[in-house]
Design a protein around this ligand. Structure first.
Ligand code: ADP
Ligand code: MG
Length: 763
């Protein structure tokens, strides 16, 4: 019988399979093989026992010095005490209350590997009833024969599955496998000096040397990166097979009209990207371009120019925004930028101009009907909207380009649904203001060509960032005085709170203690809806995500809510005269829109909000950003929030307020805030963020299942490997799109299960 990665463990290891399933959830050969040793011990050397961490599960190697049985004092029967020595003269006792079966094997001179929980008895370190294997057992009846190799692999222990039993079961599996289909083409393996798949598993689980297991691991990582890239390449090549309509440049069209209307010159970076967009759009191969650039680097105007290029060539463009607030804002910004260009056929409008339609969920039936009609008739060259835009009722006359703003808020299905509305594949442009480290871009957006805007338009005033901690209470007071000054000087202020809270929550004790010591807890789980994951902090699913665990754990810091803070500011002498407003996710789309509009119009001085304002909100007159409980937010999120200010000519100020010492892990939080304060370079921050976070967060894997994330790769460390795998995979697929010569790779791609596919679809 031959086995492969999908074979059930039960069919190979028999009864032991239940143990593997109960303790680790492993059911297939692959599950077991992919679970790599935590570390390796050199069986020829014994590390000093003195350093062993008390109370922890350990695996040690040593030599039996002495074995004695003696009568137990309180119980009947005899106990066995075996003294094992390390190379440094230290000793460890192995204690057995049932000596039977151990006595004959644990004899002086026996070299043993033991695993168990370290405790002390008097001054003596001991393991009680440890699991062990004798390396030089003359009887040969010992388990753990596999330990005789060079290095001893150590698997993380769990109760009921000791490292040695784990190793024994794994050994059965390794022996049962005679060969494994290898998804890596032989040419790729040769070029990169990679062992075959089965060899790699032997190298990581049964290494003779350090070099062996490194080689095995490298190969497994390479395969992981390669398969991801191959899946992206296959999907991309398949979609390229359905052509897009090429949108040839039109002289003196709407694009040119906008260029001459803009009150500024494009930066040279913008010009480069515009060139890339125009040449992509002129191809029949559908554009798949990711445009990343700092907040305020001028992506939106580029998207608009691209949309006009398509309108000029007879098509329509759709702009998808993640929220109603943003859709509304895009609509206003775009119609303002376009002016008469967007008033085609209207009195005073440009004769050859077009129209811009807005579709949101909160429109009246009549409004919606009019906009739907404009989209369906083609009268509107540009259609802007949220998810509502992609509902079935929306039809386009000729959709040629889909622009997705702030990609990380969108699922691929949503994009595909929109794409399906076009007869030909539309071109796709994705914009993100969250700078993405290269490895993440390759892994998550590996099917896209990337354009990057690195410079900000000239004349941008700098943003200064300060961390304000509760250790210096006077500072908090000064924060609010500063806010008031800013507002009186004509600037506008955002105050961001991690949660909404309830309107009838108890008041803050004293207005001037907003900030550390001030916040009030609501009953756990009530109305707390905006806390981000402190480690990740991207709030993927909703703009306001709520980390229930953090909020509910007793002793968790009490966080500022929008309602209390607003009331407190209304009571504070410094701020009570200011025009204050709240904005949060529990308001209707219409209400939010209204508030954003009056804030943009300058009718509000201070906007107290949740992270609903995180993405893309553009009010040039906003100069100050105060983030309460800033330690609750991740690096990227803080950077996004900060990007809301300093967008006009006036310098921006960002104050990150933290309760500091009360936080669960003040060091990490403090470090994060210092990093954010130290630079406004989003790419640098994205890199730091990646280092600080688990890969799953970065990739936004929604399932906690193993398959939804990366198994071996570390995006923060494996750049070189990912680049190599990317090139190898794309070359393979381009030469052989149907994988006729690489059936094993084809099967591996098909084998990627739903969870894994969902992960690739970048949630
Ligand atoms: P992003 O979408 O990248 O955050 P926007 O496109 O919203 O940036 O641009 C931010 C602001 O800068 C807008 O008010 C926009 O009109 C302006 N802007 C864009 N490009 C330039 C430029 N080349 N020179 C001056 N201002 C610009
Ligand atoms: Mg934008």
């Amino acid at each position: 019988m031959t086995f492969d990665l999908d074979s059930r463990l039960r069919s190979i290891v028999g009864a032991g399979a239940k143990k593997l399933e109960d303790t680790r959830g492993f059911t297939t050969v692959e599950d077991l093989l992919d679970f790599l040793p935590r570390t390796y011990l050199d069986a020829t050397r014994s590390e000093a026992f003195l350093d062993l961490p008390h109370g922890e599960d350990v695996v040690v190697v040593g030599t039996v010095r002495e074995a004695t049985t003696r009568q137990m004092r309180k119980r009947r029967g005899r106990m066995l005490v075996v003294t094992v020595g390390d190379d440094a003269g230290g000793t460890l006792s192995l204690t057995f209350f049932k000596p039977f079966g151990h006595q004959d094997r644990l004899v002086p001179g026996a070299r043993v590997v033991c695993s168990g929980q370290i405790s002390t008895y008097g001054h003596q370190l001991q393991l009680t009833h440890p699991d062990y294997a004798v390396l030089n057992d003359p009887s040969g009846k010992s388990s753990g024969g596999w330990l005789l190799g060079g290095l001893v692999p150590v698997y993380p222990a769990t109760p009921k599955l000791t490292p040695i039993v784990h190793g024994d079961l794994l050994d059965l599996v390794l022996h049962a496998l005679t060969e494994l289909a290898d998804p890596l083409p032989a040419t790729v393996r040769m070029r990169h000096g990679l062992p075959g798949l089965l060899d790699a598993y032997h190298l990581v689980h049964r290494p003779q040397t350090e070099v062996d297991h490194r080689k095995g691991r490298w190969r497994l990582k390479f395969q992981e990166a390669f398969v991801i890239q191959a899946a992206l390449a296959r999907a991309r090549l398949a979609s390229d097979a359905t052509p897009a309509k090429d949108r040839q440049p039109v002289e003196d069209g709407l694009l040119d009209a906008l260029l001459s209307r803009l009150p500024f010159d494009l930066t040279s970076g913008q010009q480069t990207v515009l060139g890339e967009l125009r040449s992509d759009l002129a191809q029949t191969i559908p554009m798949h371009r990711l445009l990343q650039g700092e907040v305020g680097s001028g992506k939106t105007v580029l998207a608009l120019l691209a949309m006009l290029a398509v309108v000029d060539a007879g098509g329509q463009a759709a702009l998808l925004a993640p929220t109603e607030v943003l859709a509304g804002q895009h609509y206003r910004a775009i119609t303002t930028m376009l002016g008469p260009i967007a008033e085609g056929g209207m009195l005073g409008g440009m004769e050859s101009g077009t129209r811009v339609a807005l579709l949101t969920g909160s429109q009246s039936a009549a409004e919606r009907r009019a906009n739907l009609l404009a989209a369906a008739s083609g009268e509107a060259g540009i259609v802007i909207g949220t998810h509502a835009l992609i509902q079935d009722t929306v039809q386009f006359a000729e959709l040629g380009l889909v622009v997705v703003d702030e990609q990380h808020r969108f699922g691929v299905e949503q994009r595909d649904a929109l794409r399906a509305k076009a007869e030909l594949t539309p071109h796709v442009l994705v914009m993100t203001a969250t700078p993405i480290p290269r490895t993440v871009a390759m892994t998550v957006y590996g099917d896209m060509t990337t354009s990057t805007l690195r410079e900000l338009p000239a004349g941008r005033a700098p943003i200064t960032t300060h961390v304000v901690t509760g250790e210096k209470p006077g500072w908090i007071e000064r924060t609010w005085i500063r806010v008031a000054e800013e507002a009186r000087g004509g600037g506008q202020v955002y105050v961001v709170c991690p949660r909404i809270g309830e309107e009838d929550d108890p008041d803050l004790p004293q207005g001037d203690t907003i900030g550390p010591g001030g916040p009030i807890a609501t009953p756990a789980g009530q109305g707390q809806d905006a806390v981000s994951d402190p480690a990740g902090g991207r709030g993927r699913e909703d703009l306001e995500t709520f980390d229930e665990e953090a909020a509910q754990s007793p002793g968790a810091p009490q966080l500022h809510g929008v309602h209390q803070v607003t009331r407190a500011l209304r009571a504070l002498p410094a701020t009570q005269e200011l025009r204050l407003q709240t904005l949060h996710g529990r308001m209707s789309g219409e209400e939010k829109d209204l508030v954003m509009r009056s804030f943009a119009a300058g009718d509000i001085d201070v906007l107290v909000a949740t992270t609903v304002i995180e993405v893309g909100v553009d009010v040039p007159n906003a100069t100050t950003m105060v983030v309460l409980d800033a330690d609750r937010f991740g690096i990227s999120q803080l950077h996004q929030l900060r990007g809301r200010v300093g967008r006009g000519g006036k310098p921006g100020l960002c104050l990150l307020i933290t309760q500091g010492p009360d936080n669960d892990d003040p060091l990490a939080a403090g470090e994060r805030l210092r990093q954010v304060a130290s630079t406004t370079d989003g790419f640098e921050l994205a890199r730091l963020d990646l280092q600080a976070r688990r890969e799953g967060d970065v990739l936004g894997a929604s399932q906690s299942g193993r398959r939804s994330g990366l198994r071996f790769l570390r995006l923060s460390r494996d750049e070189e490997l990912i680049v190599a795998a990317h090139e190898a995979a794309w070359t393979t697929l381009e030469q052989d799109p149907d994988l006729r010569a690489h059936p094993a790779l084809g099967r591996e791609l098909d084998r990627i299960d739903a969870a894994r596919a969902a992960f690739l679809e970048r949630g």
